[in-house]
Structure formats: C-alpha cells, structure tokens
Design a protein around this ligand. Sequence first.
Ligand SMILES: [Zn+2]
Length: 248
Amino acid sequence: MIFAIIAIIAVLLIIILVFGRTIRSPKSKGEHGESTVAKILGETIAGEQYVINDLLFSNESGQSCQIDHIYINKFGIWVIETKNYSGRIYGDEKQREWTQVLAYGNEINKFYNPVKQNATHIYHLSKYLKVKNVFQNIVVFLSRSDISSVTSNNVYSIYELPLIKSQVTDTTLSVDKMERYYNQLLELKNNPTISKAEHIENIHRKQEQIKQGICPRCGGNLVLRDGKYGQFYGCSNFPACKFKKNID
Ligand SMILES: [Zn+2]
C-alpha cells in the first residue's frame, strides 16, 4: 500500500516537472526551428566556426534587414534564411514571387522569392564587411512544408539540411579572416542601428503606404503601368525611383 502511494506521488512529481518546464520556457516554433538549423549546421560542417543568430541592422539606405543565421567557417560566410510555411511550395531561383498552396489548392498565397530576399541580405553584408565572393545563400524550410516542387540549389528542407555539405567549395578563409568578419558582425549585432520594434514598424508602414497608393521608397504616387509581364504598380517618379509592386 505504502509503495503504491509512493509510486503515485513519484508519477505526479514527474508530470509536474515535465509540464512545469514547458510552461516556464515557452518557445515559439520559429525560435525552435532556428536553433535546430544552427545545431544541424554545426554538426554538418567540420572545423572551427563562428555563429551569429538573428542579426538586425539598417542598411546604407536606411532600410531594415533581419538575418536569421550567419555561419562563418573556413569555406565562407553562410547566410541562412529560414521559412516557417506550411503547405506545398512552388518556385524557382528566377521567379520574383513564389507560391504557397494550402488546403488542397483552395488557398493560394504569393510571397517574395526567399533566395532573392537572402541575396539582398548578402549584398548589404558584403558592403558592410567589404568582401565579395565568400558568401553562400541558403534558404531552409522548416518542418511543415513540402518543397519537392521548388527548383533551386539554394533551398533545403530541415530534413535535408545535412546535404548542405555538397555546397562546400574550395574557398578558404583563414582563421584571422574568420575572426575579423565575426567581430565586425558582432559589433553590428551589439550596436544595432535599429530595434526589433522599429524593424516591424518599418514593415507595417511600408505595407500601409502601398495600400494607400504611396511609394514606400520615395513618397511618390503608385500608378498602374503595363509591363512585359502584365500590369503592375510603379512609382510616379520613375525613372528616378524604380519601386515596383505586383498586383496581388
Ligand atoms: Zn518612388
């Protein structure tokens, strides 16, 4: 009898410990996914490496940039964009917009090509670090999406991430250089020119301006134009301002 009581108390204690722990340290899916990416990369690419997660900065034209992971190892600087979409994803490197298909084709969403988005991040990093041709552009889709229809060598699902080894080139960064780039990026991370709240506000403001027909880049008016690939919204200050927005 006494053993049964002890057993019940033990079970209750374990339950409290396990659930208490989950309640105490809530983690969003995004955060969880990003730390998994960091772990897999660390285990896959051999040798010394430096990691910067969640780097937020404003670029030379004052726009905010948020980079999920940067890995610096002897094979270069790996810039990793993670995406947490569900459903089936369609797209290739050249397309401006990719497609997400949900609910057996009943819901279709468009989103900006993440390889191009990451290329923009790399462009700004390249300017900041004053180095070229050492970057790897990698996009990782986290667990819930089917990316078998995506044709791009830069895109991986989290399950296939160890295949990233195939991207290793003969670029070699010396330990000195690795340290220098890492310290420069750390400097940027520790002295951000912009806060997370400002970054989110920038994105919202931009969307709000577009909705109201205002060019988010120069404040001009957005006008409907005919292009090679159909109609789009362009800026009234073209050619001085080349802002473009596809019709949703
Ligand atoms: Zn404009």
